[in-house]
Write a protein that binds this ligand. Structure first.
Ligand SMILES: O=c1ccn([C@@H]2O[C@H](COP(=O)(O)O)[C@@H](O)[C@H]2O)c(=O)[nH]1
Length: 240
């Protein structure tokens, strides 16, 4: 079973989420809960998933002033999640507030989740940046945001697998890269702009691959997940 594959539970309610978990739990052990599901089901869903022995990435992409982010993050850390993220665009002070909360949790509980900075969403490309007034190369912005996240003391970033080599070069091999926008050749991109295959993502050094619709919207989800895992197995020689 691969802990490098994170399946996104982008569904409206617990019933639908648990159907997916039930279908995949023999082959997938790491699930992502995003805004859609968390805003309806809240913390109880997280404890239900944890009680099944699963790992949970709570993908809420916090983005607010440092004080608010720090306080919100403290509540999320207490849900015993394994991974959580905040928008690196919130700046140095906000990232540092997140780090201080993690540090405090480590001292208080002896453990804390992986905390990631979100760089540039994988649904964005150079044109999207220009539309909102950014006059900077997208990869350069990713590099700046990754560096800020690292300097704040956080564990890694969410970025496209296309930027993994650059991020590892700047922030070091231990700095974690979590990469959505993963697609097998035959899968539809939907709204994702910066995509890469699972094979290529792992070859470039991505630590975790996030996949949603190509697996969760498939008629046979377990088979779809297995196809991703097979492609990953060809590259990564850990224990799948
Ligand atoms: O830059 C980002 C950050 C987060 N996501 C999330 O990943 C999944 C991807 O789902 P797919 O169906 O495989 O496109 C989704 O939950 C996003 O919210 C991202 O895509 N890009």
């Amino acid at each position: 079973m691969s802990e490098k594959l994170i399946v996104a539970l982008d569904v409206p309610d617990k019933e639908k989420a648990m159907d997916i978990v039930e279908e995949l739990k023999d082959v997938v052990s790491f699930f992502k809960v995003g805004m859609e599901l968390f805003y309806r089901e809240g913390p109880k869903l997280i404890s239900d998933l944890k009680n099944l022995g699963l790992k949970v990435f709570l993908d809420l992409k916090l983005h607010d002033i440092p004080n608010t982010v720090g306080r919100a993050l403290k509540n999320l850390i207490d849900l015993e999640i394994d991974m959580v993220n905040i928008h690196a665009l919130g700046g140095k002070e906000m990232l540092r507030a997140a780090y201080l909360v993690k540090d405090e949790a480590l001292k208080r509980k002896g453990k804390a989740p992986i905390i990631l900075g979100v760089t540039v969403l994988t649904s964005m490309d150079q044109e999207t940046l220009e539309q909102i007034g950014f006059k900077i190369e997208l990869t350069q912005l990713v590099a700046i945001l990754a560096k800020e996240t690292k300097e704040a003391g956080l564990d890694g970033v969410v970025a496209s697998a296309q930027e993994v080599s650059l991020i590892k070069k700047i922030c070091g091999p231990e700095f974690i890269t979590v990469t959505p926008g993963i697609r097998r050749f035959e899968d539809a991109n939907f709204d994702q702009k910066r995509v890469l295959t699972p094979k290529k993502a792992l070859e470039l050094g991505a630590d975790y691959l996030v996949v949603g619709r190509p697996i969760t919207a498939a008629s046979n989800r377990k088979l779809a997940a297995q196809k991703y895992l097979e492609e990953m197995e060809g590259v990564w020689h850990g224990s799948l």
